[in-house]
Design a protein around this ligand. Structure first.
Ligand code: XUL
Ligand code: CO
Length: 437
């Protein structure tokens, strides 16, 4: 096997004083934080697509990545060899999970039958490598957006044959996920949206999307796959408007079509930004609906307006993310999946290590800081006290559903004014967070 990782040892925890860029300074997998090991809290996953298929190309230039193990061909043997290299990387990094799209791991054949055979041939190696290294599949997904057949979308295509083809692809990818012991399956609606409403029957397309997801739920049951289904919100790119535009839109869609019990959300940082939200906002929307499933960890560039998928290094970002994750009970089936790519300029294989180590350390710090803020208790206490008027008297009566507009009028006519609100203390709270950063 041709690999360039042979000169790199397993990445070890060396502590915050270490100057070694090929060591963890904060991620200490076995260290207990808030009752669980960091490994159990964070459940890191490496993505196959950016990390092993990313070429570094952009709209203005060709690929730049040096990947000496990859012969650039679409052969099965190249795909199988790439899988072995991927597992060498993931296990040296010490990430417990990985994620793929069907088309990342195996090449498309000349028809569906051949494509499925290619997938099986590579899945066999994935299974061997999972067994050899202990690395597990966090979730699988389908690429139903790159091939020209998906020009008008997949399940929302105007062409019913495209819906059928995408269904076959999801069926197969779900079956392979099941075979590999995957803990979840993600639906990101690559081109499920529109470029212009002039040619789009939006109602019909959304009904088709719901029908598609119901068929997936039925197939899940049929094959006995127990993993969690996720929807990944994103507002735009590649289309002008994607139907799964943000957490709130996804939840509304799932509720409208009776799909909510079957899905949780996979929240991605850069998608939140594109939707005009913070990651924290999206996590809170999902968490409040008991639908926070997993996260795609990355970040955007504040001066670039697209999905740059950079590795997360901001401690504020990871702190706020982990505050929400811990608040809603931590990951069950989900995890911190690095849907992130090294920059086009960072083309050497070793950059893959630097990028992931940095992301893992940033999340380890976010976890420790969030746990410390929760243990300190002042933030939660402040929020609790802020709503104290709801814990007794008129507030408790309203919350218990025991009041009417007439009651409230009697109450307020007697009282005369709604006074007594206290300061929101944003600056005080921002300073409190900074005490821990
Ligand atoms: C696209 C994106 C996808 C999904 C899986 O922006 O995030 O890679 O995570 O299809
Ligand atoms: Co993603």
């Amino acid at each position: 096997m041709k690999t360039t990782f042979s000169n790199i040892n397993n990445i070890a925890y060396e502590g915050p004083k270490s100057k070694n860029q090929l060591a963890f300074k904060h991620y200490n997998a076995d260290e207990i934080v808030a009752g669980k090991t960091m490994r159990e809290h964070l459940r890191f996953a490496v993505v196959y697509w950016h990390t092993f298929r990313g070429t570094g190309s952009d709209p203005f230039g060709a690929g730049t990545m040096q990947r000496p193990w990859d012969d650039g061909s679409n052969s099965i043997s190249n795909a199988q060899n790439r899988a072995r290299v991927a597992f060498e990387f993931i296990s040296k990094l010490g990430a417990p999970y990985y994620c793929w799209h069907d088309r990342d791991v195996a090449p498309e054949g000349k028809n569906l039958k051949e494509t499925n055979q290619n997938f099986d041939a590579v899945a066999k190696v994935l299974k061997e490598e999972q067994k050899r290294t202990g690395v597990k599949l966090l979730w699988g997904t389908t690429n139903a957006f790159s091939h020209p057949r998906f020009v008008h979308g997949a399940s929302t295509s105007c062409n019913a044959d495209v819906f059928a083809f995408a269904a076959c692809q999801v069926k197969k990818a779900m079956e392979v996920t099941h075979e590999l012991g995957g803990e979840g399956y993600t639906f990101w609606g690559g081109r499920e949206g529109y470029m212009t409403l002039l040619n789009t029957d939006m109602k019909r397309e959304q009904e088709h999307l719901a029908k598609f997801l119901h068929l997936a739920v039925a197939h899940k049951k049929a094959i006995g796959f127990k993993g969690q289904f996720y929807i990944e919100p994103k507002p735009k790119e590649p289309t002008k408007h994607q139907y799964d535009s943000d957490a709130a839109a996804c939840l509304n869609f799932l509720r409208e079509f009776d799909l909510l019990p079957h899905f949780k959300l996979n929240i991605e940082t850069n998608h939140a930004t594109l939707a005009g939200h913070t990651m924290q906002h999206e996590l809170e929307v999902a968490g409040a609906a008991n639908a926070l499933g997993s996260i795609d960890a990355n970040t955007g560039d504040e001066l670039l307006g697209w999905d740059t998928d950079q590795f997360p290094t901001s401690i504020y970002l990871t702190t706020y993310t982990m505050l929400s994750v811990l608040k809603y009970g931590g990951f069950k089936t989900g995890g911190v999946n690095f849907d992130a790519k090294v920059r086009r300029e960072s083309f050497e294989p070793i950059d893959l290590f630097y990028a992931h180590i940095g992301g893992m350390d940033a999340f380890a710090r976010g976890l420790k800081i969030a746990a410390a803020i929760r243990k300190d208790g002042r933030l939660a206490e402040f929020v609790k006290n802020r709503y104290a008027s709801w814990d007794s008297g008129i507030g408790a009566k309203i919350e218990a559903g025991k009041s009417s507009f007439n009651d409230l009028e009697t109450y307020m006519l007697k009282k005369g004014e709604a006074a007594g609100s206290s300061s929101g203390r944003q600056e005080y709270l921002e300073n409190l967070i900074n005490e821990f950063i």
